[in-house]
Every structure is written in C-alpha cells, then in structure tokens.
Design a protein around this ligand. Structure first.
Ligand SMILES: [Zn+2]
Length: 278
C-alpha cells in the first residue's frame, strides 16, 4: 500500500462500538471516531465466516479504513514437538488466508519462544518455517506482508536485530515495530535520540522502503527484568510516546500505528492528534 502519512487505529474493534463482537461495526466506528485503520485480532483463534470477511472487505474499502491483522498467541515455531511446529505454521497460514479475504495487506504474529535454546538455532528454525509459509502462500496466490512482532519478553524470539536479519533473508517479511515492547524488553529505547537511532538503523539496514511502509504497535506498558508485564493506558505509563511520535514525524515515516492500550481508541486518538499537531 502507498501511504501519504501515518494511519492510526485500534487493536481490535473500538471499545465504544455498539456491537463489540462485530468487526464491520468496528470499521464504521473507526470512521465515526475519525481514526484511520483497524487491526483484526485473531489472538484466541482464527475464526470468521466467509460472508463476514467479504462484508468486512467491502466496508473497509467503501469507508476507506484499511485493515491489518494479528495472529493467534499460541504460535511457537520453536516448539519441542514437531506437530506443534506444524500447527503453528498452519495457524499463520490460516491467519493469512482470512486476512487476505478481508483485504488486509499486513499481518503480525509472535513467532516463537527460545525455550532456552541458542537464539541462533531458533533463528534458523523460524527462518526455515517462514520460507515454507511464504512458498505455500505463493502457491495459494496470497500476497501479504508477514510481520513477526518485536516481542516484549526476553524469553520470546523477536529482538530488533533478529527481525532485521529475518527481513533480509525472507522476501515477504518485515518487522512489526512494537516500540512499547522494545522498551519493556530492554529497559532502553525511551528517548528521542534512541528512537531516531532505531529508525536510522532500520533505514540503513533495510532501506528507505522500510520507513515508508511501517506496521507499528504502541501502548502504555509495565515491565520487570524479564520484559513486559501488562499493557497500560499511555498516561499511566512511563513510555515516552510523544518523543516517539516526534521521531516518526521527523523521519517522515508512513504506514500503520495500531494502539493496543486497554482504552484503545482513546489513546489512538491522542496519538493521532499529537501527530497532526506537529
Ligand atoms: Zn502482539
């Protein structure tokens, strides 16, 4: 997709939507709230009737509210048992199929846990699975960006460097830049200089195209030495969102910002208003 600017939306149907279990109502509510996009959350399973996905695709197109998606939590491409790896691959493919039916062009997921293995071995395994997934999606004629998420816990695969390396080695792969997770995972990356440092690294390693087509997550967050504990509303968190938005604006970044604070649309709107005020 070609973006003029950053689009702002919620992780799932906005809380204020009259019928919260209906994604079509969610898209209408995004429009009513003057937000721009919405992420479909398949966190607890990939289920959607085909007539719902086609109506959703139509609503998204007609109202000009593009969609992204998030795969199930129980994915682990480094599981101990081969059948669990296989079902993780199937879940990613299933998410891609439904996302494609809904017209979403970018999907994110948590790729794996280290399970105390060497990060290098885990990387090889994740890379191998993503190549298999890419090939199978190609045969199904599904074109979608696979965006492994920058994860919040030190036990989870998905550091900034791992995502940069994956993007270089798997064609349809790009990072889902969860800046709140990056902060929770490292205890760093919470200042303007650090944010622009990350954006400079992305640009140098992956090219300008990476900043022209971003998929970002932002929320308030609490953490301990092992990483993230809980998502919070931005105002209750020490996460320096204003400096992040300023850095993204100064680098002329484009793409999606999905807000996954508990108050969803309230923080999404606050992020958007601040961005537009700069
Ligand atoms: Zn996530």
């Amino acid at each position: 997709m070609n973006f003029d600017r950053i689009l702002f939306g919620t992780a799932g149907v906005p809380n204020s939507t009259p019928r919260k279990n209906n994604p079509i109502e969610g898209v209408k509510q995004i429009r009513a709230l003057d937000l721009d996009c919405m992420q479909l959350e398949f966190a607890h399973g990939v289920r959607m009737k085909e007539e719902v996905s086609s109506s959703l695709r139509r609503a998204s197109f007609e109202l000009g509210v593009p969609l992204t998606s998030h795969g199930p939590y129980y994915i682990n491409l480094n599981a101990r048992e081969q059948d669990k790896i296989d079902s993780s691959v199937e879940r990613i493919i299933q998410t891609a199929k439904i996302s494609d039916l809904c017209g979403a062009e970018s999907m994110t997921f948590h790729a794996a846990f280290y399970m105390k293995d060497s990060p290098y071995d885990v990387f090889d395994l994740v890379e191998k699975s993503l190549n298999v997934i890419e090939e199978r999606l190609g045969r199904l004629d599904i074109e979608i960006e696979l965006r492994p998420e920058l994860t919040g816990k030190t036990s989870q695969f998905g550091s900034l460097q791992e995502l940069i390396s994956l993007t270089k080695s798997v064609n349809s792969c790009s990072p889902c830049m969860d800046f709140s997770h990056l902060y929770a995972r490292t205890g760093k990356y919470n200042s303007y200089e650090e944010f622009t440092g990350v954006l400079t690294d992305l640009k140098n390693e992956l090219g300008r195209i990476c900043l022209d087509n971003m998929h970002i997550h932002i929320s308030g967050i609490s953490s301990n030495s092992k990483g993230d504990l809980k998502h919070l509303n931005l105002e209750s968190s020490s996460f320096n969102w204003k400096e992040l938005i300023r850095a993204l604006k100064d680098f002329d970044c484009k793409g999606y910002i999905i807000c996954n604070s508990p108050n969803l649309e309230v923080d999404a709107k606050m992020l958007k208003d601040y961005y537009l005020s700069l």
